[in-house]
Design a binder for this molecule. Sequence first.
Ligand code: ADP
Ligand code: ZN
Length: 606
Amino acid sequence: MLKTLKSYFGYTSFRPLQEQIITTILQKKDTLVLMPTGGGKSMCYQLPALMMEGTTVVVSPLISLMKDQVESLQANGIIARALNSTNDETTNAQLYFECIQGRVKLLYISPERLLFESNHLLRDIKISLFAIDEAHCISHWGHDFRPEYTQLKVIRQYFPQVPVVALTATADKITREDIIQQLNMRNPEIFISSFDRPNLSLEVKRGYPQKEKIKTIANFLRRHRKESGIIYCMSRNGTEKVASLLEEEGFHAGVYHAGLSNEQREMTQDDFINDRIQIICATIAFGMGIDKSNVRWVIHYNLPKSIENFYQEIGRAGRDGLPSETLLFYSFSDIVMLSRFAAESNQQGINLEKLNRMQQYAESDICRRRILLNYFGETMDHDCGNCDVCKNPPKRFDGTIIVQKALSAIARTNQQVGTRTLIDILKGYATYEVTENGYDKLKTYGVGRDVPGKDWQDYLLQMLNLGYFEIAYNESNHLKITEAGKKVLFGKERAQLIVIQREDARGKKGAKGHKDSAPAPLFVSTVFEEEDAELFESLRQLRKKLADQLAIPAYIVLSDKTLHLLALRKPETIEEFGEISGIGEFKKEKYGKEFLTVISEHLYKG
Ligand code: ADP
Ligand code: ZN
């Protein structure tokens, strides 16, 4: 198994559970695999496919996913083909021929097509294994039900002797049982791996107004030049807006949402995969069809509606296992919007509860990864050291007076204001709404002048989460003081607030006006500290040139990790080149010479 792994894929060890899973499949047992995105699910059936006689048939829901997988297998010299509606007749005739000759090791197929071919092509070839990718699509309970998937029942009827492996990143119990039952799996071995993704850093920023968010993102992007990432926004408008604001800051960002035509969306996705666009502003519609392994960061411009959504979206970063950054913004208006959506939805109770849990995550003062894993039913017995809470534990102070000022202002308006007007009152801004209602005559008018407006945003969010007031969604989002709030207002209890930290928005050292002075390291990780950045850049350019020539994405030519290892170890012979992780026999022969030339030119120039 290890020999096959190295010679085809260039890896020298298995990821957790892969070895046990592959062994089980090789024993022809039915197998269910639950692994997080990036855990290495594909390897679990690709390696058996190479080691067993015949063809492994892989069912996959999306053409873009099939394309990605087939291209990466072919890039490793493995004969893989895809059978779907985009093929023309000549392609199909050729494909049938190769299949019948028994040359194809992996045949990717859409569920509709599988149904049809069960009585045609599939009858005429020797099938070693059925692999059902994204298997949760079979279940109504999953988040991504596809009716076509329910037809996969035919597999057991037509091919009772062929083992089945089902794979998914959706872990919940009902979905799991549904998969087993619907596919009619026989005593399946079930493998559940940890859902932890330690290479993803976690960070949350609370209560930033738009301008501040954009500034913070621009600084973030300067640290990630030449690296790909996604900015998720709540609305279509949001994506367009963020993209144009970033444009003003000198960043080119693509836009992706359900309001665009299919062609436009495909083009954007393609530009992203092929590194022609580095930044995508997207609604949640973006991502399902993306297997790009070198997404280096994910930003949430707005709060997602549940932890499931959040985890799936950040999961698109760092599939290659390299350190990747994630950043979540959440603001008062997000909560107002999302609460309204949830309240108006069919499953009000569940959706409000999910939002609640998401909010608790964002507001947490204990290790965020512990909260995430706990949510998915895993317990973690240590802090992660890779989230903002671990790195920079929140400090509290006695904020009683701040809370009293805000609550007293709310009380004096007879609880008839929302956050914006409240802040105007506290700051002493004579806006139309303030003067029109005589709020400028209140005793509390201007009492919060000494606190910056954006800090008021933050404190009010904290107060909401501490339960000092509620938002009356049915009364123009006016703020209503709760019993807990009254206790603080009347001095019966004191309030602990978190000290606001904003170093990022002002640049690393709090220096203002140094827009472009921030250094732009190619890679944020410390893992490759010793690497030669100049060499890495030359290697990256060669990879891009080869990718364009071969019309495949750069990360399929060589992964980011492999490229970093080359820049670090600087192999000088073809054997040394072949020892690098991610380089199998085929890539060694195909790319060795050109990469070695770049390395030796770099080593011996001048
Ligand atoms: P998933 O389908 O679970 O999201 P993938 O199968 O796409 O994950 O694998 C994620 C990445 O991990 C791929 O780039 C793959 O080549 C890599 N990978 C898989 N198995 C190994 C391994 N044993 N060693 C190193 N890298 C691996
Ligand atoms: Zn942590």
